[in-house]
Design a protein around this ligand. Structure first.
Ligand SMILES: [Fe+2]
Ligand SMILES: [Fe+2]
Length: 172
């Protein structure tokens, strides 16, 4: 395990704990995203693999903003599978997530880019910074993995993400 792995894990935990204290991110555990993966674990996975991909490809990024934006990229706070959820979820949820996140966080320009533009090209607003491009790509990879993998592998993957997150907010 290289030193950047440990540093990245610490960065993830720090940013996640900060957001758990100031947002309703913890509630996203109650909402299914893809397959049987919760929105919470999906967001952690997207943040983690975006950060690791940046390291692997040696792409210079603002790591804290990358992780915060990725953790909030699907902060829409409803179950999109339900009939009473907002219509046209695929098109609208980046804007709903941005509105929700703006209410509880002072977002930077990069964080706003990450949240608002992660559904490109379905939503025809291209990401304009490296961090937003990474999240846009990794989000799609995670979505495919979560939707297609077998139940057993998904469970192993969810456990890994749960360990990364500690799965216990510092404030309940
Ligand atoms: Fe999304
Ligand atoms: Fe997503």
């Amino acid at each position: 395990m290289d030193s950047s792995f440990m540093e990245d894990r610490q960065l993830m935990r720090t940013q996640l704990n900060l957001l758990l204290q100031t947002t309703r991110l913890w509630d996203s555990q109650d909402y299914v995203q893809h397959g049987d993966t919760s929105c919470y674990l999906h967001s952690i996975a997207v943040a983690w693999y975006s950060l690791r991909l940046a390291r692997r490809l040696q792409i210079p990024v603002h790591a804290e903003e990358l992780v915060r934006g990725a953790l909030l990229h699907d902060y829409f706070l409803y179950d999109w599978h339900r009939k009473d959820s907002p219509r046209l979820h695929g098109l609208r949820h980046p804007f709903i997530a941005l509105k929700n996140a703006s209410r509880c966080c002072q977002l930077t320009w990069r964080e706003r880019q990450i949240i608002q533009r992660h559904m490109f090209p379905l939503v025809p607003l291209p990401p304009l910074c490296r961090e937003a491009v990474l999240v846009c790509l990794v989000d799609k990879g995670c979505a495919v993995f979560e939707a297609l993998q077998g139940r057993y592998r998904r469970l192993l993957w969810a456990q890994r993400m749960a360990r990364l997150a500690c799965l216990s907010p510092s404030v309940a």
